[in-house]
Ligand binder design. Structure first.
Ligand SMILES: NC(=O)C1=CN([C@@H]2O[C@H](COP(=O)(O)OP(=O)(O)OC[C@H]3O[C@@H](n4cnc5c(N)ncnc54)[C@H](O)[C@@H]3O)[C@@H](O)[C@H]2O)C=CC1
Ligand SMILES: C[N+](C)(C)CCCC(=O)O
Length: 517
């Protein structure tokens, strides 16, 4: 399945990969180059504070040291972005598109190298990391295509007068990313922003600082003006310096709900618009008339991509009572067959979780579920690969929880790990009520062969991204984002142009001023 996806995403002239060739291997990488980037260059921070340690999840080794940016650094990045904005915003959409397309070409050529660094920093499998890089590149290509279509309206008024609207960029946009899709998030945020004529200062998660700066280098190499896309590293202090900076026009954030609330609060002080891509506790509804084979595949795709660390995951799997035993048997069998191990190996399907504290948190959710009466049908345990160099890595076996009920913590809270909760239901009405009974609304899925039921159910699901007979596919042409506390605004698709631009109305008088005075 993933292989098929990978093939369809790879363009024929992509640099061919000699089989087995690797730029890096697990346990062998030390990143020593500076990870900040502004005004066209990698930079070291001038901020004197403790460096943070960044680990390689696959081995637990130290990968690099992060230098958090302080006010002076943030100021310099902002200044560079402001200066690039002056130039970039005056270029035509066609001119901007040429540079973005060039960036996409470079990503294609460097695909393997970027994907491998993503694996080393994040722990996900190389197979998935390649798809993430492809998704980032496709997003840049898609918005390059839209850049030249940005246009206004012409409105005729009495006496030959008229008005027209111009679609203008906002200015310097801030992007703040999470650690689960480091490169893809940087691309998903920068592509629409740049296409509309904005510049960007991006802050990756301090846990995964490595690949966003590669994107910055790529934009610069592609011919972007100095300062168009900048990267400042750090955690919440750096993030809040960005959100409060007076020269920032917009903040786009991906991460948890509690941080999303803080971002919105900070942005509100400057009356700045926000895009928020937050968490979820999404339902997946499997009716007894579904194609069971596809429903099982869908449930695995809904829960185990990126070690389960995906905001849109369908972690509440509601299965209609009559097919529950069959479904559970098949899901458990397939889950147990997932190959866990060195994420840089082609055969690996599940790598390491992002950090030790996160792994511990996910395992404690499994413990809590047991205490609350759920049955562990498989997995949910620490895993130690046989390869000695991986002994210190953050691995666990993917877990399926049975006998779950709606009031359990594992069913109510976002676990953000490879833990699927299976629940049983009887009627459509009942399952819709239970599926919607949450403060989140990022995604939802339904498996059924009944076309009328599929659309009826989707109409009643309170979620921003709904899947019929599939799960967790995010083509960049299609908007992605949440209802309720799962977020504000959308990423991808045409609509996102509206989130990175503003309308100016120009009134033109062709006669005399009809003054009342
Ligand atoms: N829905 C999603 O896509 C994601 C959800 N999560 C959830 O959040 C939990 C915590 O993960 P974190 O990485 O700590 O997520 P987080 O939401 O705290 O961090 C996301 C980004 O926001 C930045 N940030 C944190 N506090 C900030 C502040 N006050 N001002 C400005 N920026 C700030 C972080 O440095 C990071 O770049 C995870 O265990 C998971 O449950 C995490 C990542 C993505
Ligand atoms: C690509 N996909 C659907 C697996 C995840 C995208 C959303 C995220 O950042 O978690």
């Amino acid at each position: 399945m993933l292989q098929r996806l990978a093939l369809s995403l790879r363009r024929p002239h992509a640099a061919p990969l000699a089989p087995g060739l690797r730029f890096v291997s697990s346990g062998s990488v030390n990143v020593t180059v500076p990870l900040n980037f502004w005004a066209g260059k990698r930079r070291t921070s001038q901020h004197k504070c403790n460096k943070e340690i960044v680990y390689e999840p696959a081995t637990g080794r130290v990968l690099c040291h992060l230098e958090p940016c302080g006010a002076l650094d943030v100021d310099q990045a902002m200044k560079a972005a402001k200066s690039a904005f002056g130039h970039w915003s005056k270029m035509s959409g066609m001119e901007r598109a040429r540079i973005m397309i060039e960036a996409a070409h470079i990503i294609e050529v460097r695909r393997e190298e970027i994907a491998e660094m993503e694996v080393v920093n994040n722990g996900k499998s190389i197979t998935e990391a390649r798809l993430d890089v492809d998704s980032g590149r496709l997003c840049i290509e898609y918005y390059a295509g839209l850049a030249s279509t940005l246009a206004g309206q012409h409105v005729q008024l009495p006496g030959g007068s008229f008005a027209y609207t111009r679609r203008e960029p906002l200015g310097v946009c801030v992007g703040i990313g999470a650690w689960n899709y480091p490169f893809q998030i940087a691309a998903w945020k920068s592509a629409p922003a740049l296409a509309c004529g904005n510049s960007m200062v991006f802050k990756p998660s301090p846990v995964t600082p490595v690949t966003a700066v590669m994107l910055a280098e790529i934009y610069a190499k592609a011919g972007a003006p100095e300062g168009l896309f900048n990267v400042v590293q750090g955690s919440q202090d750096t993030g809040s310096l960005l959100c409060h900076h007076p020269d920032v026009a917009k903040v786009s954030f991906t991460g948890s709900v509690p941080t999303g609330k803080k971002i919105m609060e900070m942005a509100s002080r400057g009356v700045k618009p926000v895009t928020l891509e937050l968490g979820g506790k999404s339902p997946l509804l499997i009716f007894q008339d579904s194609d069971l084979e596809n429903a099982v595949r869908g449930a695995l795709m809904a829960n185990f991509l990126s070690q389960g660390q995906v905001c849109s995951n369908g972690t509440r799997v509601f299965v209609q009572k009559d097919i529950l035993p069959e479904f559970v048997e098949e899901v458990v069998k397939r889950t147990q067959a997932i190959e866990i191990g060195d994420p840089l190996l082609e055969s690996t399907r599940m790598g390491a979780l992002v950090s030790k504290p996160h792994l511990e948190k996910v395992l404690s959710f499994v413990d809590q579920a047991k205490k609350e009466g759920a049955t562990v049908l498989c997995g949910g345990e620490l895993f130690t690969p046989s390869d000695p160099k991986l002994k210190g890595g953050y691995y666990m076996t993917p877990c399926v929880l049975g006998d779950c009920t709606d009031d359990m913590t594992c069913v109510k809270e976002e676990i953000f790990g490879p833990v699927m909760s299976v629940l049983s239901f009887e009627t459509e009405e009942e399952v819709l009520y239970r599926a919607n009974n949450t403060t989140m609304g990022l995604a939802a899925g339904v498996f059924t062969r009944d076309v009328r039921r599929a659309h009826r159910v989707v109409e009643n699901l309170k979620a921003g991204s709904c899947f019929i007979n599939n799960y967790n596919i995010t083509p960049v042409e299609v908007p992605f984002g949440g209802f309720k506390m799962s977020g504000i605004g959308r990423e991808n698709g045409q609509v996102t142009i509206e989130h990175y631009s503003q309308l100016k109305t120009v009134f033109v008088e062709m006669g005399d001023v009809d003054s009342l005075f």
